[in-house]
Design a protein around this ligand. Structure first.
Ligand code: NAD
Length: 336
């Protein structure tokens, strides 16, 4: 039985607690730590089978019985807690991004070397049934040589300007998932990024120094050209689609909906809106990613997404930010 500690019991921490407690048979959550642990969260955690709750994550790091930690706390804590957990010999699942600072991610990569510890980054969309099927079709050669990749990624509603100001910006907070998806679908890294972006949804986001609308073009190392379009507000719900076009055809996926029902009337056809947001759309993917991490520990195999997969999308995000600020194409090699 693998013993797990969860650091951070906010939105995503609760998602992972739920997944482990409801769908993983050979792991138990020994401890959940959050400085804002209160009676309500502690009672909920207990109802999920968690043995112990605390305000201090060091109780997890210092516990020799705990094999693996899931770092689900705020982004600024990810790399320091990763380093502490590596020192303590724990396997690590770390939410995205590992850090906004490239050197700090490289410190984590260095610290891991030779330890034999597993490290997985939380790019959950790779475990979504639709995107997995698109990637599998591309990898099986069904569309020939990949030439174009199109990703649409639009949130249903924007975050507050206060959140935007501390999030690291849209490219590192939101588009980072799309950067990972482009790498997943292309099967290689990006070479160059060019961005057009603005704050068309909420001027306050612009005042906070961020953007909420963007088109990002990328040249991939295998020669393919990719385009990501982002918005922080889609009135019809969470819009998450991808298409890959190649020499022998095209593969694409539509949004998930609560049902396939179509209602026909005098004015046309109506279908369900896309599932509302990430908690609705990706719950199954979150469960699969955590299961994959725990399976890698159990079977002593590589995790499907290693620590290096945590670095590349951050390089792409920083290049995108630079491209937007300097109005020019930016090579990934300029970043690090
Ligand atoms: N993969 C995804 O789809 C996805 C979705 C949402 C969030 N995230 C990432 O997960 C992280 C958390 O996001 P969230 O939306 O759950 O935020 P949140 O604010 O809901 O939760 C974060 C929690 O971490 C706790 N925390 C802060 N410092 C801590 C520490 N030192 N020890 C233990 N707990 C600590 C906070 O008290 C809070 O309860 C962020 O880095 C975010 O980028 C990923």
């Amino acid at each position: 039985m693998i013993k797990v500690g969860i650091i951070g019991a906010g939105r995503i921490g609760k998602v992972h607690i739920t997944s482990i407690s409801t769908r993983v048979k050979d792991a138990v959550i020994k401890t959940v730590a959050d400085p804002f642990m209160n009676e309500e969260t502690a009672a909920w955690a207990k109802s999920m089978g968690v043995e112990h709750t605390t305000k201090d994550y060091h109780e997890i790091i210092d516990d020799p019985e705990i094999d693996a930690v899931l770092i689900c706390s705020s982004t600024d804590t990810h790399s320091p807690i990763s380093l502490e957990a590596i020192k303590a010999g724990k396997h690590i699942f770390c939410e995205k991004p590992i850090d906004h600072d490239v050197d700090r991610i490289k410190e984590v990569i260095e610290a891991l070397k030779g330890t034999g510890l597993k490290y997985q980054v939380g790019f959950n969309r790779r475990f979504d049934h639709n995107f997995q099927a698109v990637q599998a079709a591309v990898a099986a050669g069904k569309i020939g040589k990949t030439e174009l990749i199109k990703i649409t990624s639009r949130d249903p509603e924007p975050p507050s300007a206060e959140y935007a100001a501390v999030s690291g910006g849209m490219f590192l907070d939101m588009t980072i998932h799309d950067f990972d998806m482009v790498r997943f679908l292309a099967g290689c890294d990006a070479e160059e990024v060019y961005v057009q972006a603005d704050s068309l949804v909420d001027p306050a986001i612009g005042k906070a120094g961020d953007v909420d609308t963007a088109v990002i073009t990328l040249k991939m190392k295998n020669g393919a050209i990719a385009v990501i379009d982002n918005s922080r507000r889609a009135v019809y719900g969470y819009d998450q689609r991808a298409e890959v076009f190649g020499s022998e055809g095209m593969v694409r996926t539509e949004n998930d909906t609560a049902s396939q029902v179509q209602i026909a009337g005098a004015n046309g056809l109506t279908t369900e809106k896309p599932l509302f947001f990430f908690l609705e759309r990706y719950m199954d993917a979150y469960g699969k990613e955590v299961t994959a991490f725990l399976d890698a520990i159990k079977n002593n195999t590589d995790t499907p997404l290693g620590v290096e997969d945590g670095l590349e999308p951050v390089l792409m995000g920083l290049a995108a930010k630079k491209s937007w600020q300097e109005h020019r194409p930016v090579k990934i090699s300029e970043i690090g």
